[in-house]
Design a protein around this ligand. Structure first.
Ligand SMILES: Cc1ncc(COP(=O)(O)O)c(C=O)c1O
Length: 342
């Protein structure tokens, strides 16, 4: 077995260069299992008949780790418990999940990280015990760069009317289930089309969410986000935190239904999520949105590290090119691997 990889922060690196190199002593990737604690990250965890694999039948949370601690953990555990109840999966008590999360974070030397708590329905031919584990990974450079450079976004129809999922509980609106193949396919489609991300739109033309992020936008002094209950989107912990703290920037907060054209009139629009933090939407369907003076303030409020400006000016997002001529684009999602780390 190859030796585990280690890494630590390199001070004073050239701007724009990856901020990490490998060093003994600091874990690069972590896996924690209830009852066993932290084990080597490549330890097998799942049986071949685990329903999480066979059916995508399970749930997860992705939590930002800052200063060595999971941020907004209680909020994530609340959502996880709601997801589990909707799926009918018996989740261990919150105290056990907190202990598992803290165990995974022990010894994490980096400024930030992406903690996943995963719970599946367990083995198809088992005794009904859910499978549970936690992983902790570095935040990918693409996510960090998106905080600084913003992102190019394409709208894409989800087909359903905005109200459909709230009226059909079997569609699992608002549940952070493991069934993310459609989300990942949407992101691949965006990348192949020369963009960075997607904004899903309902069949009746309303903005919903991105495959791994919530939409927030500023209209005058009102910070807006899409109502989760009425639309069946995932209630984002980051968007909610921003709305609860908007007054610190002199803004009020509001849930609002909107259409793509409304974003061209907004003062700024961002995708918000637990690991990427905030990424300003700089083009929408190939049309530029002017950079917003508010981005630095709201980034500052949210507290995610924004990498220093590149020595060469960061390439401003350009209009979306046709897939045939678009340069390869590294997707920046919360669920990406550490694409910069070999
Ligand atoms: C579909 C979807 N919407 C929104 C979000 C943002 O949620 P949070 O801010 O809790 O990360 C995510 C996060 O992964 C997501 O997968």
């Amino acid at each position: 077995m190859p030796p585990p990889r280690f890494r630590a922060r390199l001070a004073g690196v050239a701007a724009g260069a990856p901020q990490w190199f490998t060093l003994p002593g600091v874990p690069d990737r972590v896996l924690a299992i209830p009852g066993r604690g932290v084990v080597p990250a490549d330890t097998p965890v799942l049986r071949a008949d685990d329903l999480g694999v066979l059916r995508g039948d399970g749930l997860f949370e992705t939590v930002h780790v800052r200063g060595g601690r999971p941020w907004l953990l209680d909020e994530h555990l609340d959502r996880m418990s709601r997801s589990a109840a909707r799926l009918g999966i018996p989740l261990p008590p919150a105290a056990d999940l907190t202990a598992l999360a803290e165990q995974a974070c022990t010894g994490w030397g980096a400024d930030e990280g992406a903690l996943r708590l995963v719970c599946t329905r367990g083995a198809e031919h088992g005794d009904g015990t859910p499978t549970l584990y936690a992983t902790l990974n570095p935040v990918g450079e693409a996510s960090r760069r998106a905080r600084r450079d913003g992102i190019r976004v394409l709208t894409a129809s989800l087909g359903l009317a905005a109200a459909a999922r709230s009226q059909a509980p079997w569609l699992l609106g608002g549940v952070k289930s493991l069934s993310y193949a459609v989300n990942m396919a949407s992101l691949r489609w965006a990348t192949e089309s020369g963009a960075d991300d997607v904004l899903w739109v309902s069949g009746d033309g309303y903005l919903l969410e991105a495959p791994t992020a919530s939409l927030v936008w500023l209209d005058g002094d009102t910070l807006c986000t899409v109502p989760a209950e009425a639309t069946g989107i995932l209630p984002g912990t980051t968007a909610r935190w921003l709305c609860e703290h908007a007054e610190k920037l002199g803004w009020q907060a509001e849930e609002r239904m909107a259409r793509p054209a409304d974003l061209f009139l907004a003062d700024a629009a961002w995708l918000a999520s637990s690991v990427r933090g905030l990424a300003e939407i700089r083009t929408l369907d190939g049309t530029d949105l002017p950079p917003s003076e508010h981005t630095a303030r709201i980034q500052d409020l949210l507290g995610f590290g924004v990498p220093a400006a590149a020595e060469e000016p960061a390439a401003a997002p350009t209009a979306v090119a046709s897939p045939a001529v678009a340069p390869p684009v590294e997707a920046a999602t919360d669920d990406e691997g550490p694409t910069d780390v070999p």
